[in-house]
Design a protein around this ligand. Structure first.
Ligand SMILES: Cc1cc2nc3c(=O)[nH]c(=O)nc-3n(C[C@H](O)[C@H](O)[C@H](O)COP(=O)(O)O)c2cc1C
Length: 267
């Protein structure tokens, strides 16, 4: 009589061998794809910075994005003093590798924000932020700043680009959020974003940023139009989040000390 081929130990052996082969394939793929993932993430951040600055053109390839991004000087800023700091102070050799969101989780290089000083709902803030400066000879022509804060469902991460006067907005964009498509998700709508161009952060002689997102839209004869943007329709809470986070980051606990220095030509 022929020997029985199917035994419990054979079945388990085949299953085990299959598991080992699959895990080797998955691990090898993960390891091999990691460099490509890192390159793509870095390219994505660069294209978002260019987009906020109005420098991203449709159809731009990876090489053109890299080339255009080279125009920026990348600096680290101490948010309390507004001064530039050496990358060695945060222990990185490559400035692009400094991650202020990861730094915010480290109590040695970040601060806890009291609810009264945290309109953006971020709880902790890194002491040092990465900024992108574009100069014309020695004059600052534009500066792109990272911003983030809570909307309705999620934290929105993005960039705002300012003109060399450190007051006039050139553009804004969010590269990561989980607001509802068609409602809060309209923060990505190009037409809505275009309203930000030319708006002013501060009232002359004042330090408090004045950006307001207006429910129902900004009328053509509205007072202080230079600080006002239409709120997103059906998304009052996301709109309030965006208003709060922009004003937080352009305020005292955010970039205001740096922007003051920039205006005075001290950095
Ligand atoms: C499924 C669902 C998704 C929603 N998503 C958002 C959103 O992303 N952002 C937002 O502000 N409101 C969102 N809302 C609406 C809010 O619950 C709330 O009604 C709204 O912010 C009030 O704004 P309004 O006065 O402009 O209608 C959502 C509501 C529902 C039912």
């Amino acid at each position: 009589m022929a020997k029985k081929k199917e035994t419990v130990s054979r079945t388990l052996g085949v299953a085990l061998a299959l598991c080992i082969v699959c895990s080797v394939v998955v691990s090898a793929a993960a390891v091999m794809l990691r460099p490509a993932q890192i390159t793509n993430q870095s390219l994505d951040i660069k294209s978002n910075i260019l987009s906020a600055a109005g420098m991203l053109e449709s159809g731009m390839g990876a090489e053109e994005i890299e080339e255009r991004f080279q125009e920026f000087e990348i600096r680290l800023v101490d948010l309390d003093t507004g001064e530039y700091v050496d990358p060695e102070r945060v222990g990185v050799s490559d400035i692009m590798k400094y991650d202020q969101y990861r730094a915010a989780a480290n109590p040695e290089i970040s601060i806890n924000l009291k609810p009264s000083e945290d309109p953006a709902g971020i709880k902790r803030r890194a002491n040092i932020a990465k900024v992108y400066v574009l100069r014309d000879n020695d004059d600052v022509r534009r500066v792109v700043l990272p911003i983030h804060g809570y909307g309705l469902w999620s934290t929105l991460y993005g960039f705002v680009s300012l003109e060399g006067d450190a007051n006039t907005i050139e553009g804004i964009g969010f590269y990561d959020h989980a607001e509802t498509p068609g409602l809060g998700g309209e923060v990505d709508n190009a037409r809505w974003k275009s309203q930000w161009q030319g708006k002013e952060l501060y009232e002359e002689g004042q330090d408090e940023p004045q950006i307001r997102l207006v429910k129902g839209g900004v009328g053509s004869d509205a007072q202080d139009r230079e600080h006002k943007i239409d709120a997103l329709s059906g998304a009052t809470l996301t709109s309030r989040g965006v208003e709060n986070l922009v004003n937080y980051w352009m305020g005292d606990r955010g970039f205001a000390p740096y922007l003051n220095k920039l205006r005075e030509g001290e950095v």
